[in-house]
Every structure is written in C-alpha cells, then in structure tokens.
Design a protein around this ligand. Structure first.
Ligand code: NDP
Ligand code: 2IT
Length: 464
C-alpha cells in the first residue's frame, strides 16, 4: 500500500492505529463500528499530507464522532395480547452536506455498534452520490420474522411515536434497509403524518402512489450491477455470460438478479438466513418472479426454491464452519447482498479459486478488511459497498427532489439518472485512487472521494 507509514504485524498502519485507539478507547464494545472506521481511515494518510488544513482542523477526529445518537424504548402488543419491549435508535452521524439520510434496519442483531457502522459508511456513500445528503441510520432489534401485518403495524406506530420528533424532510430522512421495505415505510409514514398533521417527504421508499419515486425498489440492486458493468468494461471485460453468485434474497439481491438477467449474465445462487440455493441452469425471470412472491408476499424460506425447480440444490447455512460453502461455487462474479461480514479470508480464497474476477458489494461491509485485501491482492476487481450500493440512496435523493418539486419522473428518467450517477461514482473512485497513489483500488478511491467533499464542507461551516 503506497503513501502510508510503516504497518504493524496485522497490516494496520501507525496512522490508522492512532485513530483506532481513539475510537476503541471511547467505544471498546463496538466492533462493527471500529471495523468501518479502520476501512475508511486506512485511505486517508496521503489526503491529510496533501491537505494540512484537515489535520489542523481535526477533521478525522470530528468525523469519527456522531453529531447525535438517539435511543428509545419501543413497547408494542402482539396479537396474542403479550407485551413486548424493543429498543429503537437513530444515529445522525454527519450533516455537513445535507440532512441526515439513511435507512432503518429491523433485525434482532441490531445494536448501536451496527447502526454506527452503517451511519458512518453512509456519510461517504451519500457524498459519493453527488446529492445533498448527510449520513444517518437507525433501526431496532425488533424481529419482523413470523409477525403478522397487524403486529408489524403496531410496532411501526410505536417506533414512530418517538422517532417523529427527531426526523423531518429537512432534518433527517429515513428509508428502508434489512427488515424495512414498502410495508414498513407505509406504516411509519402513516403514523408520522397523523402525529404531525403534515404530508411531507419525511421518508423515502414510499409507494409511487403517494409520493414515492419510480424505481426506488430496484435502485440498489440495479446500481450494484451498473457499477460492476463499469468495472468490467474498464478492465476490458463484460458481464454478458458471467456466472454470478448472489447472496441474500431480499430487496437488493432480487433486483441485482433482475438486472444481471437483463444484461445477459447468469445469476446462479441466492441465500437467506437459513441456507442457500444453487441453480446451475441460472435464475431466469420466471424463477425470479417465484422468489419475489415467496420472499415479499409469503415471507417464506429460500429452501422452497429447490423444492419448486428441478436441478436446483439447497444447503443449510453452516453454523460452525469458518466459511460459507456458497462462495466455493465456480463463478465469474459475486454480488454479496445479504449482510455485513459474509465473506471472510477463507471465503475470499475460495472465490479466487472458483474463478471470480469481480465482486460488487450490494450489502454494506459484506467483506472483512483482510478478505478485501486477499481479493485485491489477487487482482479481483472489488467495488466497495459505499460506492457499489449507493444507487439506492441516490434514488432516495431523487425521490426527495421530486417530492419537493411535486413532480414525478418516469422510470426511464430515473434509470437514466441512476446509471449516470453510478458511472460518475465509478469515475470519481478511480480518479481519487490514482491521484493519491492507490492505483486502481476502488476502496481507497471511494473513501477519499467521499471524504474530501464532507471535509471541505466541514471546514467551510466552521467548528460546529
Ligand atoms: P432485506 O431485508 O430485503 O433482505 C435481506 C436478505 O439478507 C434476506 O434474504 C435475509 O434473510 C438476509 N439476511 C439478513 N440478515 C442476515 C444474517 N444476519 N445472516 C444471513 N442472512 C441474512 O434487506 P435488503 O436487501 O434491503 O438489504 C441487504 C443488504 O443491502 C444490507 O446489507 C443492507 O444494509 C444493504 N443495502 C440496502 C439498501 C436498500 O436500498 N435496501 C441500500 C444499500 C445497501 P432472511 O430472509 O432469512 O431474513
Ligand atoms: O444502506 C443504504 O444506503 C440504504 N439502506 C438506503 C438508504 C436510503 O436512505 O435510501
């Protein structure tokens, strides 16, 4: 790695370690947040060397501390009358370039560490989109799995009954993430509208029938494929004919599959928290329609895919193995689109052996830092989540623009803008990486290009 001071035995430079020490001292029990900080700060030494004002103004120290963190109790009643209590959060990490913007995650694994990592990543991702949006994230340890619509509605109403006072279309604009899709956004919006007596663009991912943007559901998956297509083209390759490993089977995975099919590639795997399917014949439009009905309407398990389509195999997720067997399947490209840390070093080695030449991160932080190093060192093109999955939040920003103009753009128009934004992010990553001595490493390029815009805005706005 050029441009950095001597690294210690674990490959973390003295520069990066000095910032990790600050974070670990404050929040020793936030491993995901510490990991996300490590990944970003590892790119910034040559940036501070070239821009001493960032050092003088303690920009990194300031950017590492969230502007605000809200935590609240969310009581709700199940259909059987039992009373439950969950924890709700909203992290407003940085508002230098716009109102806080980022999704809400409802999953039992949610902790403040996970939401801080996601909100931190969101600062740089949102900056990369070129849209005026700051970084935020929120959610709850509520588990929607197996809950009725009525239970989800009561939970969402209780959640918003506290959250409403902290959000607003010019302050903080939440959206979906794991466990929060169109259904949840609807219930959250309804409660916000009722409490505040306003109809505003306080949430994105709304239904197009009441203020949402066309193509917002598709945007993250499509964007991850557009980013992959740019990486491939730059390297003299094409997605056409590529066998693609896709993990997850939710919003991002579904639309990544659809765009891959459209571009002539062949998605061959999908997964959920119970296991994964391998379909050597490829997942086509008809099979994808089955997955969408299964996951979005019936909220069932991906195992059903293998019962329904002959030739497909299902395997349970290994609970004890140090790797995920899905990443051993022979393929050309991978689109991890489920959750954080799904690819470790062993998985990365398997991906290389399996022939994978390109990884586009649909999920946030799906690859551990040493697994990323393993892939990049082997010459695999790696599109980091904060660049590759930025299409979702980019179209959220387009939804905000349409809402404030009381206009609705056609899906062709939104798609044109989405593709243009992904193309620009790809170019910005490459030129920042090159300019700061990181060759064609998209990870560093994304961190640097995202960081510089926020750092400059922070300097312009003084010590706030
Ligand atoms: P969904 O809830 O629609 O789907 C999530 C999928 O991942 C499901 O298949 C789920 O399985 C699986 N999954 C979730 N958590 C785990 C886990 N701990 N272990 C194994 N599998 C898991 O979420 P999205 O598709 O929206 O989000 C997927 C990823 O993309 C996340 O990292 C998210 O942060 C990121 N992302 C999402 C954006 C968006 O616009 N939605 C934008 C940018 C990034 P199961 O069905 O069993 O729960
Ligand atoms: O991780 C993400 O970028 C999202 N979940 C989407 C955020 C948004 O505000 O659309």
């Amino acid at each position: 790695m050029s441009g950095t001071t001597v690294a210690d035995a674990r490959g973390v430079s003295v520069f990066t370690q000095s910032y990790l020490d600050i974070v670990k001292q404050r929040d020793p029990n936030q491993p995901e947040f510490i990991q996300a900080v490590q990944e970003v700060v590892a790119s910034l030494e040559p940036v501070l060397d070239r821009h001493p004002e960032y050092r003088d103004q303690r920009i990194i120290e300031r950017i590492l501390e969230p502007e605000r963190v809200i935590q609240f109790r969310v009581p709700w009643q199940a259909d059987d009358g039992t009373v439950h209590v969950n924890r709700g959060f909203r992290v407003g990490f940085n508002s230098a370039i716009g109102p806080y913007k980022g999704g809400l995650r409802f999953h039992p694994s949610v902790t403040l560490s996970i939401l801080k990592f996601l909100a931190f990543e969101q600062i740089f991702k949102n900056s990369l989109t070129g849209q005026p949006i700051g970084g935020g994230k929120g959610g709850s340890d509520f588990d929607p799995r197996g809950r009725s619509n009525a239970e989800v509605m009561r939970f969402c109403q209780s959640f918003m009954t506290e959250l409403f006072r902290h959000v607003g279309h010019n302050t903080d604009v939440p959206a979906g993430d794991i466990g929060v899709g169109g259904r949840e956004i609807g219930y959250l919006f309804g409660q916000y509208k009722r409490i505040t007596n306003t109809f505003t663009g306080v949430l994105t991912g709304r239904s197009p029938g009441w203020g949402g943007s066309l193509l917002r559901p598709e945007a993250t998956g499509y964007g991850a494929v557009y980013f992959a297509a740019e990486m491939a083209q730059k390297a003299g390759m094409s997605l056409e004919g590529m066998r693609c490993l896709v993990s997850g089977s939710g919003n991002v995975a579904q639309y990544a599959c659809r765009k891959l099919i459209e571009m002539g590639a062949k998605p061959i795997t999908l997964s959920d928290s119970s296991g994964w399917i391998y379909d050597p014949d490829g997942i086509d439009e008809e099979k994808l329609a089955f997955v969408m009905e299964l996951k979005n309407e019936r909220r069932g398990r991906i195992a059903e895919y293998a019962q329904h389509f002959s030739g497909a195999h299902w395997s349970p997720t290994e609970s004890t193995a140090d790797h995920h067997a899905m990443w051993c399947v022979e393929a050309d490209a991978a689109f991890p689109s489920a959750t954080q840390n799904e690819i470790n070093v062993t998985d990365a080695e398997h991906l290389i052996e399996a022939g994978v030449k390109l990884v586009s991160e649909g999920a946030n932080m799906p690859t551990t830092p040493d697994a990323q190093d393993t892939l990049v060192d082997a010459g695999v093109l790696l599109g980091p989540g904060k660049a590759a999955n930025a299409g979702g939040v980019a179209v959220s920003a387009l939804e905000m623009a349409q809402a404030s103009q009381r206009q609705r753009w056609s899906s062709e128009e939104v798609d044109r803008q989405l593709r243009g934004i992904m193309c620009e992010i790809h170019g910005a990553c490459l030129s920042a990486a090159e300019s700061y001595g990181f060759g064609n490493d998209y990870r560093h390029g994304a961190n640097i290009a995202g960081f510089r815009k926020v750092a400059n805005a922070m300097i312009d706005q003084g010590l706030v």
